[in-house]
Design a protein. Structure first.
Lengths: 89, 226
């Protein structure tokens, strides 16, 4: 996967990365052994949440930023547990 | 009239006569799994008729998308480079790169030299995209929503058209910077079409992208695949 290769190369150059992805791609991303991943239970194409669900989008980003602050080793994965709620706006 | 087989049906959703990026995964399921997908979907729709709960439909689609993408794929690595962050996030300068196919109106990257390529045309040329070196598009982080376009032959862009933040969260990152939660959100943000040549990405594009981000003094990078 393209973003996995971007993460690996950027990290090697000294830039810390965190990938935010739909859990649909869990197997493929885990196989690429990336530094930091947030996996959401959201459908393909909408990894940060439903359209206009600002609160969830922000929470996903906060989870990703938290990994930047606290992750101590590569291969770390955070599972973001929340329903995909396009109607709960 | 020739009877359509389950095999033909499931393949038609993946760049075929019923092409649908949300359901292209059906082609990678067994005929039995596809039958079960539709049977369970209809049963759950029946439940939803009575209680209006759409969550079971969304979960059903998500679970079968997962089945379609089960397995490790082509790229497997045992180790990774890891950059230990020295600063806290409220002192860091962050960039965004998403493989979403976004671009600013009037700055269409014109893949294959085609003017105003449509989403349908991009889907039809997906095998050509997979041989192409990806191009990074620059998107100022104050770009108004109606000036941001999206086109990508590998996923359903309708959610992203409704709200770019579903996979290109520039509004949410601007808010986090304004709230002081991150030090800075660097402008421009970047996008590319992730369905591309992995060899050309790694050997040609990435060295330039790395140099660009180092010149912008980026400490942290948010990456979003689709």
């Amino acid at each position: 996967m393209s973003v996995g290769h971007v993460a690996r190369a950027m990290e090697e150059s000294g830039i810390a990365t965190v990938v935010i992805a739909s859990g649909v791609f869990s197997d493929r991303l885990r196989a690429m052994h990336l530094p930091r991943i947030v996996l959401t239970d959201f459908p393909m194409g909408r990894p940060l949440g439903a359209p206009n669900d600002h609160e969830t989008q922000r929470e996903v980003l906060l989870a990703a930023l938290d990994m930047i602050d606290h992750t101590k080793q590569g291969g770390s994965i955070h599972i973001f547990n929340r329903d995909y709620c396009p109607w709960n706006l | 009239m020739t009877e359509e087989t389950i095999s033909q049906l499931k393949k038609s959703f993946s760049y075929g006569s019923r092409s649908d990026m949300n359901f292209k995964f059906l082609k990678d399921l067994t005929d039995e799994e596809v039958t079960k997908f539709f049977q369970e979907l209809l049963w759950k729709l029946g439940d939803t008729l009575d209680d209006g709960n759409l969550q079971r439909i969304i979960s059903h689609i998500y679970q079968y998308q997962q089945k379609g993408y089960v397995g490790t794929g082509r790229f497997k690595y045992e180790t990774t480079a890891f950059t230990q962050v020295e600063l806290q996030k409220d002192k860091m300068r962050f960039a965004l790169i998403a493989s979403t196919g976004h671009f600013v109106q009037g700055q269409d990257p014109k893949p294959f030299g085609v003017e105003d390529m449509t989403q349908n045309q991009a889907e039809e040329r997906i095998t050509d995209f997979l041989r192409l070196e990806p191009e990074l598009t620059s998107i100022p982080t104050n770009t108004p929503p109606d000036q941001l376009k999206v086109r990508h032959g590998g996923y359903d862009v309708r959610g992203a058209i409704m709200d770019r933040n579903v996979n290109f969260p520039i509004d949410r990152l601007n808010e986090l910077a304004a709230d002081g939660i991150i030090g800075e959100f660097s402008s421009p943000a970047y996008s590319f079409v992730g369905a591309c040549s992995q060899m050309r990405l790694q050997n040609h594009a990435l060295p330039r992208w790395i140099e660009k981000l180092h010149n912008e003094e980026i400490h942290g990078l948010i990456l979003v695949p689709v």
